[in-house]
Write a protein that binds this ligand. Structure first.
Ligand code: NAD
Length: 228
């Protein structure tokens, strides 16, 4: 029988951290061995885990990567809003440790990524594209990491360097909604995903933590984890 995957949870006191904790404690293949939140030193906590799951703040990434490299531990990064410099820190770390980086861990959104690529390829450049994302008022970054991923997918599929328009709406308690709109001559196609519970992200992150154990150093996406 395979041993439990020992997890360090970073951002443990936050909305996502608490959700991961709840699900992790009821998962027979996961053991949450350490928790960190703002002010806690990450490096000593990293020592006894197999994988660190990060749902904290983009500014924590330098310390997280340094600790992961020092102890050769895998990372599952769910935090969004990284600057270009912070993104490079992640790209440098994957030379030595495996990392799953996902702006969205839900199965539905990863299928939305796949459908968006397919729709953009089939509809071609005659269709104008636009993304609308809606989240709760407490969300710190805008546009959402998921909207940025959708924009990258659309730019690659349409072979354009032009920026894709993203509208960000912050209202109420909305967990997360993403709408991709293709407007063509005389018709309109919309792809929409609505998250109604944070559990979908937490479940995906735990699935990624189980998947990444034993993988060679590289930067992986949730699409790799799901085999999409
Ligand atoms: P939150 O503000 O509720 O929680 C963040 C927690 O991180 C807080 O407890 C905060 O004290 C802690 N924190 C801040 N800086 C830290 C540091 N340097 N070290 C350790 N802990 C630190 O936010 P949330 O809604 O839980 O979201 C957290 C992150 O996850 C955000 O970037 C959000 O966009 C992202 N997110 C990603 C997904 C996904 O599927 N990838 C889904 C939901 C949210």
């Amino acid at each position: 029988m395979k041993s439990l995957v020992r997890v360090l949870l970073i951002g443990a006191a936050g909305r996502m951290g608490k959700t991961v904790l709840d699900l992790g404690e009821n998962d027979s293949k996961i053991e949450i061995v350490a928790q960190c939140d703002v002010g806690d030193p990450i490096e000593p906590a990293m020592k006894n885990c197999d994988v660190a799951i990060d749902f904290s703040h983009a500014d924590a990434i330098t310390e997280i990567c340094r600790a992961a490299l020092r102890h050769r531990k895998s990372l599952v990064i769910g935090t969004t809003g990284h600057s270009q410099h912070q993104r490079r820190t992640i790209e440098e770390a994957v030379q030595a440790v495996p990392i799953v980086l996902a702006s969205n861990f839900s199965v539905g959104v990863n299928v939305l990524f796949w459908l968006t690529r397919k729709a953009a390829e089939l509809l071609g450049a005659d269709f104008n594209v636009e993304i609308v994302e809606t989240h709760h008022k407490m969300k710190k970054d805008a546009p959402s990491g998921t909207a940025k991923t959708l924009a990258e997918i659309l730019k690659a599929a349409q072979k354009t360097k032009a920026d894709i328009a993203i509208e960000s709406i912050r209202e109420g308690e909305v967990v997360g909604e993403h709408n991709v709109i293709f407007s063509g001559p005389g018709e309109r196609l919309e792809l929409t995903h609505r998250a109604v519970s944070r559990e979908i992200f937490a479940r995906g992150a735990l699935r990624a933590a189980k998947w990444i154990r034993g993988k060679p150093p590289s930067l992986y996406s949730m699409q790799d984890v799901l085999g999409l």
